[in-house]
Ligand binder design. Structure first.
Ligand SMILES: [Fe+2]
Length: 257
């Protein structure tokens, strides 16, 4: 059981998680209907459930047509999406739902939007995190709804899960994220290695949590190399993690690779 990546729109990723024995699948995000419906049909899969990582239009635009094609598919997401999508089953923070052979745990990470959930899928021998626009490879989502404290809390929750978890993220932003990461930590050899690897591949998803902890500056705010770099830009010694989060996000927002 491995997720199938479905590139959508300009740089979005949606994912199908197929269950071969039952010919069913879960879908994570519904950016665009046709590539998703094509992939389901190519693999002869019936859609069982749809999980929404948040409600931004580039993640839900295909939902109506997909539900029309699979009217029995359940839809799971944050309660803040309930009024927008009829029949949505809201998942609370930490809620686990056993569905067939896997357990899906909802991890609330509201900050990028008002409805962010990362879905942790646990099977017998593997686990996957569908992280939407909360965590990317080399970066994190912008704070359209929440505060730096909220993003610290969200990323702390993700940092505690098993390090060998595969992370399936919502956008292909990896190379520009790593260019920024390198500007913050020029001596980090892991970032350099990952940039070299990316030159020969088109889609960088999935990543591993163990790798992100070595290359992603937003997960590394307590590292000396990062705090020194942020302190020197801000001109003062920042003691709070959330202050460093605020500064590094502002730096990323204005970064020109
Ligand atoms: Fe988004």
């Amino acid at each position: 059981m491995n997720p199938i990546t479905v590139p959508c729109l300009e740089d979005n990723y949606c994912y199908l998680l197929p269950f071969v024995e039952s010919n069913t699948a879960f879908l994570f995000d519904a950016s665009e209907s046709s590539p998703i419906l094509d992939e389901l049909s190519k693999n002869n899969l019936v859609l069982d459930s749809i999980f929404l990582t948040h409600g931004h239009s580039d993640h839900v635009s295909g939902l109506k047509a997909i539900r029309k094609a699979f009217p029995k598919a359940k839809v799971f997401g944050h309660s803040n999406l309930s009024s927008k999508f009829k029949g949505l089953e809201a998942m609370t923070d930490g809620q686990e739902t056993k569905l067939g052979e896997v357990t899906v745990k909802s991890i609330h990470t509201v900050c990028h939007s008002d409805s962010d959930i990362c879905f942790l899928v646990k099977s017998k021998n593997k686990q996957f995190l569908f992280s939407g626009d909360t965590l990317f490879s080399g970066g994190c989502g912008r704070f359209f709804h929440g505060t730096p404290e909220d993003m610290c809390e969200a990323l702390d929750k993700i940092s505690c899960i098993e390090k060998n978890t595969e992370i399936y993220f919502g956008h292909e932003y990896t190379m520009s994220n790593l260019l920024f990461a390198q500007s913050i930590e020029p001596e980090n050899q892991e970032i350099r290695k990952e940039m070299t690897r990316l030159k020969s591949i088109k889609n960088s998803t999935p990543t591993l949590l163990s790798k992100e902890l070595k290359i992603n500056p937003f997960l590394r705010l307590s590292e000396k190399s990062i705090s020194n770099s942020i302190d020197s830009v801000s001109g003062s010694e920042l003691s709070e993690q959330s202050e460093r989060m605020r500064v590094i996000r502002e730096l990323k927002n204005s970064f020109k690779p």
